[in-house]
Design a protein around this ligand. Structure first.
Ligand code: AMP
Ligand code: MG
Length: 334
């Protein structure tokens, strides 16, 4: 009996001494890449790491902004000569061309001239006429982008836009940086797009709100560890013309018109932010049937599709980690 008490005492002391107190949670919100971002950490030196993270994000913004006259994307879009770019930008373009190929051009990083015609780049929105759009459509063609090592060349009047992939890419780069610092538990929110690094320090999942495309409320909660969760939806940026028609910022590269196929939002859950981001945009353009077909044929990710009529469609694993708010109708995609 005495021996058992002694063992109990020893194991209790080992347990206590083995438990290092977790530093307090720090969350900092900041504005970059035209959106609010936040980072949550549980580290002694949170302030220093957050400072370095913000510097990395500013550096990426400086490379990829379409409007900053000193950015690399601006140089590519305005020279039509070979432009030598950083590894980050070469990677971004290489990956984008790859995803454009995989999605048969539904995601197309050369959409910028059409996006400009709709005024989404300046905020002065307008509805271009059919003639104007058909004149611009030949400029939207990822297969004409030449990338040789770190050198990029565009044909005259073509232009790149990193808007559909930059935030996911940024999430991946920040994740690598944090992991290099030995951080195993952090949450990065890039304008509603989530990069979850590990789980919470107590081992439980991060709880992520999935926004309703129809209100400021939530459609439900996702519980994730070590995953990216990225959403595309036309509720994020849109305008309504005099006759009450709504136009969103995600464009079908085939027609030059905002994708309008009954989808309200597409959320992609996967291991890499960049892939989730490119896919969320592409699957949004594809619409329900084609998105499901793409998932069947390619796999490697999960998705949540919310239709304009308010139904939520989830792949089986997404359904496992998602709890809808009351009143939402859910269906599992098979
Ligand atoms: P996301 O919110 O990730 O779906 O990205 C949408 C942004 O990507 C838009 O604001 C545009 O800058 C750009 N974009 C719009 N349509 C496309 C498209 N079909 N392919 C690639 N980028 C697009
Ligand atoms: Mg995207």
């Amino acid at each position: 009996m005495k021996k058992r008490i002694l063992y109990l005492f020893i194991s209790f002391t080992v347990l206590i001494s083995g438990c290092k107190a977790v530093p307090e949670k720090t969350t900092q919100t900041f504005f970059a890449m035209n959106t609010y971002m936040s980072i949550t950490l549980y580290e002694e030196n949170s302030a220093e790491i957050i400072g370095k993270t913000i510097n990395i994000i500013s550096e990426l913004e400086h490379l990829w902004s379409v409007t900053d006259e000193n950015s690399e994307i601006y140089a590519i879009n305005n020279s039509f000569q070979p432009v030598y770019v950083s590894d980050y930008t070469a990677d971004l373009i290489d990956f984008s061309l790859d995803m454009a190929e995989k999605t048969e051009g539904k995601f197309d990083p050369t959409i910028y001239p059409v996006l400009t015609a709709w005024g989404f780049t300046t905020g002065e929105n307008r509805v271009p006429d059919k003639k104007e759009l058909s004149a611009l459509l030949p400029l939207v063609d990822y297969s004409k982008v030449i990338l040789e090592g770190n050198t990029v060349t565009l044909s005259e009047n073509m232009a790149l836009d990193s808007g559909a992939v930059a935030k996911g890419f940024t999430g991946d780069i920040v994740e690598s940086f944090l992991k290099e610092q030995g951080i195993t538990s952090a949450l990065l929110d890039v304008g509603g797009n989530i990069q979850a690094i590990g789980s919470k320090p107590d081992g439980t999942d991060w709880e992520i709100g999935l926004r309703s495309p129809f209100s400021d409320g939530l459609a439900g909660i996702l519980e994730v560890s070590d995953l990216s969760v990225i959403t595309s939806g036309n509720y994020e940026r849109f305008f309504i013309d005099e006759s009450g028609v709504r136009y969103g910022h995600i464009i079908d590269p085939e027609t030059g018109y905002p994708a309008d196929n009954g989808m309200a939002s597409v959320t992609v859950i996967g291991n890499e932010g960049r892939e989730c981001d490119a896919l969320s945009t592409a699957l949004y353009v594809m619409g329900y049937e084609k998105a499901v077909e793409y998932w069947h044929n390619n796999g490697g990710f999960d998705m949540i599709l919310i239709s304009e009529n308010g139904n939520i469609f989830l792949t089986p694993y997404a359904a496992e980690i998602f709890t809808p708010e009351s009143g939402w109708n859910t269906e599992i995609i098979s």
